[in-house]
Design a protein around this ligand. Structure first.
Ligand code: DQA
Length: 153
């Protein structure tokens, strides 16, 4: 297991601070704090260091990704939320720092409106998980622990 070497940063984009009250039929009842607590505990179990960042602002997300390189973050688990479908800036930030990342969506974006079917991230991500609610973040962390995540090609 490479887990004792992993230092994982979870990044969540706009409106995910509203989890728990935001469209619960789609996104569930857990708050972001609940989800982060579960992930912190799982990280401890797996001997993976975890950190968390959420912002509603594109530039703040870009800055946080840049900072991740200085902190030797080994992997990013990213839910870009609505920026999934719009943000060349966040895509370029990830390419710029070359930190391997997993794209996660709570909902199955492919079952939803056509504008959600395109992602600016999927073709540069190590993998994509969608449709499993908060479990998707856990699955991503387990994939890192199991060394099933390869670096950026
Ligand atoms: C989302 C899906 C996006 O289309 C949407 O804009 C979000 C959340 C998800 O986790 O299912 O804000 O990324």
């Amino acid at each position: 297991m490479a887990s004792n070497m992993a230092n994982v940063l979870f990044i969540n984009g706009p409106n995910l601070n509203l989890l728990g009250t935001r469209e619960p039929g789609l996104y569930g009842n857990q708050t972001l704090a609940d989800i982060e607590e579960t992930l912190t505990a799982l990280g401890e179990e797996l001997s993976i260091r975890t950190g968390f960042f959420q912002s509603n602002h594109e530039g703040a997300l870009v800055d946080r990704i840049h900072q991740a390189r200085d902190e030797s973050v080994s992997h990013i688990i990213l839910n870009p939320a609505a920026y999934t479908h719009t943000s060349v800036a966040i895509r370029d930030a990830l390419l710029g720092v070359a930190i391997p990342f997993i794209e996660v969506h709570l909902s199955n974006v492919h079952k939803r409106e056509a504008f959600r079917h395109h992602s600016y991230f999927s073709d540069i991500a190590c993998g994509v998980i969608c449709g499993f609610g908060p479990e998707g973040y856990r699955m991503a962390l387990l994939a890192i622990a199991n060394e099933t995540v390869n670096g950026n090609e």
